[in-house]
Design a protein around this ligand. Structure first.
Ligand code: COA
Ligand code: AMP
Length: 624
């Protein structure tokens, strides 16, 4: 068994040896003879000539090992009152049938399938069914509006779209079918089939020829075997916000991903097969892909699919109830979820109702874990809290407390140390390594470990220019921070126009494009300002064209509605302020960083390049 340092050093000095050992833990159809190689773009690829199937690893393998009766997935939906358990055997059978259903609709290896579903078991079944066929899924978060769905349909060009008739929020039912119909209408690419899982909360009409009923198709479907794929074949595309309006299709391969998922379950989360692992997230986000669906199943754990919130479904004891009821060993969620609980139950009184005797540890990621939240959760639950840092692009933790190897003392505000496989460096503008304590760009020296993205879907240039171009030999994370003298990494926030609202990654650039498209708007800036509950919230500052004036806030309201309609309610764009001018540099660049500092009440330095210093004073008065 390695110590942390031994594992880290071996992964850094001899990645082939290190990752071959990890790959040997999996049941490949053909074990790779090549561990690390380069593709036609010169990008490092893992296990290029290996063959496997991710659904086989997640399901069939365990059934073959005699674990068919073990619970693979627990579904808990407090609003609808539904609960269900799927054993590995039953889940394998359902997935095999769903794969057969897709095959009957003409889906083959390499075809894309868009999945726009709420947190129901059929979402996980759909993902695994695609994996079984070698088809590439692209899950779209259910909170996104039809425009976002249309953009993703157009880019991924799916043969089939899988959806459900509705999603269920705290106190409302959200019909999905009208959103899907509008997205298909707006998109230049039309899926051949739209398969709808009917929920009793709000069944949908299926008037189009392309519309199909999930249950009817499943009844007729024949189980489909696992199709062998190359390790480098894509498993999925997951779109994430970048700095422009067009989301980036992060591509995940099959082989590197499976190895990374398996490795992370022990190294990062320190679980064993059979343990109950709960990532309280959504399958629409990377956390849901990696730690609701793939990693726990590949590792042989029981995973929980929870269709509820941390509060109001029905109370702030919801997380503790689930941990208690199902014997959760590891809980993982975003800090914002715990801030929501803390707000409604500041003294942690709900915890008195639940023993949670299996719960050993709580992991957090998705946004910076503020020390007061860390302290509150530790004090009230009596469990250690571990912060870990990662991104859609990497698919698993870049830095964390590698409990399966060694437990380091927690430093509040730090995600602890780089996980073996990631050579993290903090660089200055010139690409020079920063000394301990100095902030800079957090970058990862290539090769990236298995599991990380090898490209952006059908836009390799964007991958090169957005991530690899700035500092040769490095992947740039987009986050800024520093490493202290003990080697602890402190991630301080994004260096670009990406913001994090309630753990959801959103692009202010996209919101600016939408606000700017309104006929009354001359120019605008959308920035992320600090929010006690959600971490950040978008704030729009808008300059109107001559001849336009807001009448009782009608223009502001229209702009808020526009963003809600286009991005979705999840954008939480609830504040737009009309100003006379925006502070800019002499070359015309809007000073977004300074605007954010003013809005957050932070100290700021007036940049020497400012065009009109008076604009800052004026803004400070407006934002007071
Ligand atoms: N489908 C449809 N609508 C959705 C949705 C979904 N899947 N998810 C969110 N929304 C809607 C909400 O209903 C809300 O609509 P409203 O403006 O009409 O009220 C809006 O989007 C904003 O949602 P949210 O930011 O989630 O706010 P909230 O007040 O409903 O809940 C929290 C706040 C903190 C409880 C919630 O955001 C949360 O649990 N966050 C954890 C996030 C997380 O797990 N992130 C994944 C990374 S680990
Ligand atoms: P996503 O791709 O949606 O997972 O969002 C990734 C981004 O969330 C990162 O680039 C960070 O900005 C932020 N993030 C995730 N985890 C952490 C963390 N533990 N600490 C600080 N920021 C984090």
């Amino acid at each position: 068994m390695f110590t942390y340092q031994q594992a880290f050093d071996l992964a850094a000095s001899s990645p082939d040896t290190f990752w071959k050992q990890q790959a040997e833990q999996l049941d490949w159809f053909t074990f790779p003879s090549t561990i690390l190689s380069k593709d036609e773009h010169g990008i490092e690829r893992w296990f290029a000539d290996g063959e496997l199937n991710t659904a086989h690893l997640a399901l069939d393998y365990h059934v073959a090992q005699g674990r068919g009766d073990q619970t693979a997935l627990i579904y808990d939906s407090p609003v609808t009152g539904q609960k269900a358990r799927y054993s590995y055997g039953v889940l394998r059978d359902q997935v095999a049938k769903a794969a057969g259903m897709l095959a009957q609709l003409g889906v083959q290896k390499g075809d894309r399938v868009v999945i726009y579903m709420p947190m129901i078991p059929q979402a996980a079944i759909a993902m695994l069914a695609c994996a079984r066929l070698g088809a590439i899924h692209s899950v779209v978060f259910g909170g996104f509006a039809s425009h976002e769905l249309a953009v993703r349909i157009e880019d991924a060009e799916p043969k089939v779209l899988l959806t459900a008739s509705c999603g269920v929020e705290v106190n409302k039912v959200i019909p999905y079918k009208p959103l899907v119909d509008k997205a298909v209408m707006d998109s230049r690419w039309k899926p051949e089939h739209v398969v709808v899982f009917q929920r009793r909360e709000c069944p949908a009409d299926l008037p189009h020829e392309r519309d199909k009923d999930w249950s009817a198709l499943m009844q007729q479907a024949e189980p489909h075997p696992c199709v062998p794929v190359k390790a480098t074949d894509p498993l999925y595309i997951l779109y994430t916000s970048g700095t422009t309006g067009k989301p980036k299709g992060v591509v995940r391969d099959n082989g590197g991903h499976a190895v990374a998922m398996h490795y992370s379950m022990k190294t990062v989360y320190n679980v064993e097969p059979n343990d109950v692992f709960w990532a309280a997230s959504d399958v629409g986000w990377v956390v849901g892909h990696s730690y609701i669906v793939y990693a726990p199943l590949i590792y042989g754990c029981t995973t929980i699919l929870y269709e509820g919130k941390p509060v109001k479904t029905p109370d702030p004891g919801a997380f503790w109830r689930v941990c208690d009821e199902y014997g959760v060993k590891v809980l993982f969620s975003a800090p914002t979820a715990f801030r929501a609980i803390k707000k409604e139950d500041p003294n942690g009184e709900q915890l008195e109702h639940y023993l949670m005797d299996k719960l050993t540890i709580i992991f957090m990621a998705g946004e910076r874990l503020d020390p007061p939240t860390l302290e509150w959760v530790q004090r009230h639950t009596g469990r250690p809290v571990v912060d870990h840092w990662w991104q859609t692009e990497t698919g698993w933790a870049i830095a964390g407390n590698p409990l399966g190897l060694e437990r380091f003392a927690v430093k509040p505000g730090s995600a602890t140390k780089p996980i073996p496989g990631y050579k993290v460096q903090v660089l200055n503008e010139l690409g020079e390594a920063q000394p301990a304590g100095e902030q800079g760009y957090i970058a990862i020296q290539r090769p990236l470990p298995p599991g990380c993205l090898p490209t952006v879907w059908r836009n390799h240039d964007r991958f090169e220019s957005g991530y690899l171009g700035q500092f040769p030999g490095f992947y740039v994370s987009g986050d800024g921070g520093y490493v202290d003298e003990d080697g602890y990494l402190f991630v301080m926030g994004r260096m670009d126009d990406v913001i994090n609202v309630a753990g959801h990654r959103l692009s202010t650039g996209e919101m600016e494009e939408i606000v700017g498209s309104h006929e009354a708007v001359a120019e605008c800036a959308v920035i992320g300002v600090h929010d006690e509950l959600k971490g950040q919230l978008p704030l729009g500052l808008v300059v109107l064209k001559d001849g336009y004036a807001s009448d009782n806030g009608n223009i502001e309201q229209a702009l808020l509605q526009l963003v809600r309609d286009r991005v979705g309610a999840v954008a939480c764009f609830k504040q737009a302020i009309i100003v006379d001018r925006l502070p800019k540099t002499r070359s015309g660049k809007i000073l977004r960083r300074v605007i954010r500092q003013i809005a957050d009440g932070e100290q700021y330095v007036v940049p020497s390049t400012i065009d009109d210093p008076g604009s800052l004073d004026e803004l400070a008065r407006v934002l007071e």
